[in-house]
Design a protein. Structure first.
Ligand code: AMP
Ligand code: ZN
Ligand code: FE
Length: 297
């Protein structure tokens, strides 16, 4: 069974639509995928539709930005009740904060580069768009969107180049952003009936990593698992993640973190075991929409 548990669409900073993602999932012989857009579940309805059409299993999820000791950690949240008001408030708060921070960065970049708001709209939108329309879209905006506006005018060739130049945290254009504390977010996800799993938290390349003591306290709050096989984890990172997951009894995930053409990651390049998903489902409010793949393990 081939299951990819970490995929972003253009409902956040991925460049592919949900329709394109499920067609691709079929082409690369995946059985099940999770849609995990940043700080939103706005793609779930489309995913329900396109997963059925393509006979691909669907795991509803999100990747929530959190902070811990001044650094940002991403928390995957699976199979929660999307009507939970506390979680939806967290998303609203995050979108507002992201929009304000985005505009601060946009205005700084705009002083030195000829960039336009209309270049930022996902491919489904066209025409001469305004700031208000951008706000109304309720997109969880981040540096990747700003990168796309910069790329559009030819100042960088791809997002990676933008992140290592104009949008790098050491540059004058960068504005920091502090999301909700990780302990708080784990509690919110658990109360919403979701399964929280740490994304790429052992990546030394990303800076600070999660230590054993912190992991144990998060597990006590309801953390269910950690990503191990992820392209931003090197061999040492994977070994550490694996050893700690074994020691603390956490589920082991592997995933692509696909962003369409926004990152070089290939859909299905890392996978999560079927048994892990069955275990995850035991703890969650919603169930996986298997679309015929449940007994195929
Ligand atoms: P932000 O949270 O707005 O500062 O931007 C961080 C987001 O940008 C992360 O969630 C990643 O998905 C994405 N990202 C980080 N580094 C890169 C990169 N080198 N190329 C493309 N996307 C990136
Ligand atoms: Zn992303
Ligand atoms: Fe992430």
């Amino acid at each position: 069974m081939r299951i990819d548990t970490h995929v972003q669409s253009n409902h956040s900073d991925g460049r592919s639509s949900v329709r394109q993602i499920f067609s691709l999932a079929k082409r690369v012989n995946l059985d099940v995928i999770a849609l995990t857009d940043h700080d939103t579940n706005s793609g779930w309805q489309q995913a329900q539709y396109y997963s059925k059409i393509n006979s691909i299993g669907f795991i509803p999820g999100s990747e929530i930005s959190t902070s811990y000791q001044g650094k940002i950690f991403h928390l995957l949240a699976y199979l929660y009740d999307e009507n939970d008001s506390v979680l939806q408030n967290l998303y609203s708060k995050s979108k507002k904060l992201r929009f304000l921070r985005f505009m601060q960065m946009f205005e700084k970049v705009e002083k030195d580069f000829d960039i336009r708001i209309k270049d930022l709209f996902p491919q489904d939108y066209s025409g001469d768009k305004t700031l208000k329309e951008l706000k109304d879209l309720q997109l969880p905006l981040g540096r990747p969107h700003l990168a796309d506006a910069i790329i559009k005018r030819g100042y960088c060739k791809n997002r990676d180049e933008c992140f290592s130049t104009i949008l790098h945290p050491c540059e004058k254009y960068y504005v920091p952003y502090i999301p909700t504390d990780i302990n708080e977010v784990v509690k919110i996800v658990v109360n919403a009936g979701g399964g929280p799993v740490l994304a790429h938290a052992f990546s030394q390349k990303r800076g600070k990593t999660i230590d054993e003591k912190t992991l144990l306290s998060l597990k006590k709050l309801g953390l269910l698992g950690v990503e191990i096989n992820h392209r931003e984890h090197n061999v040492t990172d994977r070994q550490k993640a694996y050893d700690l997951s074994k020691k603390l009894g956490l589920l082991q995930f592997g995933a692509s973190d696909y962003h369409g053409s926004g990152k070089p990651n290939h859909l299905g390049e890392n996978l999560t075991a079927y048994e892990t998903i069955l275990e995850l489902e035991k703890h969650t409010f919603r169930k996986v929409e298997w679309n015929g793949h449940k007994s195929n393990s």
